[in-house]
Every structure is written in structure tokens, then in C-alpha cells.
Design a protein around this ligand. Structure first.
Ligand code: 5GP
Ligand code: ZN
Length: 112
């Protein structure tokens, strides 16, 4: 989508600190990190949020979780959190599906 920030990042129209890329997904550091490690993994296909995952497009989600597991191993993350916010009340500010990967500090549960 032409007016989507993360589509622009994927296409290199907005700069980002790349963590990983393949045919299906792109990972980059969050611009406002909430922990010492905080990167985002997004599908290259524009999907608005978890609420728009269907049998037709869900394959990329499993792939993204494989990528997260691989990156976590490479970065030697012993403990981490994967978060996807859906909708305004949950805190979603960019309407392109993304998974936050957070690590490197103590975290509380439940989240605020
Ligand atoms: P959400 O609030 O939708 O769950 O997460 C969106 C995330 O995107 C936020 O953590 C925010 O800091 C990050 N973000 C917003 N704009 C940019 C940007 O231009 N570049 C990068 N790297 N991250 C961004
Ligand atoms: Zn998009």
C-alpha cells in the first residue's frame, strides 16, 4: 500500500536498520526501542493486523515465527517476548501486521 509506513520501509523508501530479510518478511530495529533488544518482523505482503489473517495468507505467519526463533538463537536471546498489537485500544499505531521482539530487561505480566 502506497501510504503505509512499513510498506515504505520494506521498499527502502523510508530508511531502517535492517536485522533480516528474505522473500516473505523483513525485520528491522524499532525506532523507539522499549528494551535493549527491540526489533519488528513484518510480512512483505500488506496485511493490516492479526485480525486480517486468513487461510490464504496465514503461511507467512508461521514463517515469521521460524525467523524469530532463528534470530533469537543467533542473538543468543535467553528470554524474550513477542507481541502483536491489534487495534487502537491495544496500542496498534501502524496498520501493517508486525511482531515486536523484545528482550534484555525484566518484564512485567500482565502488560499495562
Ligand atoms: P505498534 O504501536 O503499531 O504496535 O508498533 C509500531 C512500532 O513501530 C512502534 O514501536 C514504533 O516505535 C515503530 N515505528 C514507528 N515509526 C517507525 C519508523 O519510521 N521506523 C521504525 N524503525 N520504527 C517505527
Ligand atoms: Zn503496509
Amino acid at each position: 500500500m502506497s501510504d503505509c509506513l512499513f510498506c515504505k520501509i520494506i521498499h527502502g523508501e523510508v530508511p531502517s536498520a535492517k536485522v533480516y530479510e528474505d522473500d516473505l518478511c523483513y525485520a528491522f530495529d524499532d525506532i523507539a526501542p522499549q528494551s535493549p533488544v527491540h526489533f519488528l518482523v513484518v510480512p512483505k505482503e500488506h496485511i493490516k493486523s492479526v485480525s486480517e489473517i486468513t487461510p490464504e495468507n496465514s503461511g507467512v505467519v508461521g514463517h515469521i515465527f521460524e525467523v524469530i526463533a532463528k534470530l533469537a538463537k543467533e542473538k543468543d536471546l535467553k528470554s524474550y517476548r513477542v507481541v502483536s498489537n491489534i487495534g487502537e485500544q491495544a496500542g496498534q499505531s501502524v496498520l501493517h501486521l508486525h511482531f515486536h521482539v523484545l528482550s534484555g530487561r525484566d518484564m512485567t505480566w500482565p502488560p499495562g
